[in-house]
Ligand binder design. Structure first.
Ligand code: ADP
Ligand code: ADP
Length: 226
């Protein structure tokens, strides 16, 4: 487990768009931060900078004790949960969960343990032999979550993971994800444009506007302010 420290982070895209400007933020070990703000405010850019999917133009990013500015995504000890599930359609659930671990050279026994642990936590243990198309939307989202879980990362990054689900399932899944995050106490950065989702999931909310932090606080702090 690890804290995440952003020290004066900037992102200027090729072409000159200043997407993120001077972000200073400490995410404590085990804390869930939810990033909110209007479309185009830089949420996804900031998340992708932490993931290592965008370069950092200026500033320093720590995950735990390490400066990770120049580390590849796979070397950052983080796992990202995407909205489009990012599952392999031709593979079983088991293999979807195991795939990344196989690539990294884990033993068969270790892969088996991790996949079964994650599947049990997510209550998809009965579906390990199915293909994604044989699952419901909620089950597919759990498999996507499982692909992050099996990595046993120091931090989770969530990129609007629930935005493809219907309203009822969204409510159910946000409770499940939050319970799991608390139980594992995994440091998390969660991007959403859904205010209720932000309210119910965040330890602290970060409101971005024009690439800068406009407010930081508990959901009570942020939403009770005039
Ligand atoms: P959000 O996730 O809050 O909607 P983004 O991080 O996607 O915001 O975008 C922030 C700003 O950066 C926007 O002005 C957007 O148009 C711009 N932007 C995003 N991605 C790129 C890119 N690959 N190249 C140039 N500009 C980009
Ligand atoms: P998989 O995506 O199943 O892990 P890939 O070979 O497609 O397998 O992954 C490419 C690289 O990205 C791998 O080195 C892997 O460690 C890393 N990676 C895979 N999934 C994630 C994730 N959810 N978050 C962060 N990095 C990931």
């Amino acid at each position: 487990m690890a804290s995440i420290t952003m020290d004066n982070l900037h992102k200027v895209y090729t072409g000159g768009v200043r997407a993120v400007t001077g972000i200073n933020l400490d995410i404590a070990d085990g804390e869930m931060i939810v990033l909110v703000g209007p479309s185009g405010c830089g949420k996804s850019t900031l998340l992708r900078m932490v993931a290592g999917l965008e370069t950092i133009s200026e500033g320093t990013l720590h995950i735990g004790e390490r400066v990770v500015n120049n580390l590849e995504p796979a070397d950052r000890d983080i796992a990202m949960v995407f909205q489009n599930y990012a599952l392999y359609p031709h593979m079983t659930v088991f293999n979807n969960l195991a795939y990344g671990l196989k690539n990294r050279g884990f033993s068969k026994a270790e892969i088996d343990r991790r996949v079964r642990d994650a599947a049990e936590m997510l209550e998809i243990g009965a579906f390990l032999d199915r293909k994604p198309r044989q699952l419901s939307g909620g089950q597919r989202q759990r498999v996507a979550m499982g692909r992050a879980l099996v990595r046993e990362p120091a931090a989770f990054l969530f990129d609007e993971p629930l935005s493809n689900l219907d309203a009822k399932l969204r409510v159910q899944m946000r409770v499940e994800i939050r319970q799991l995050q608390k139980r594992l106490a995994t440091t998390s950065l969660y991007v959403t444009h859904d205010q209720l989702e932000a309210l119910t999931m965040a330890d602290r909310l970060v409101v971005l506007n024009g690439g800068q932090i406009e407010q930081v606080g508990t959901p009570m702090d942020v939403y009770s302010r005039p």
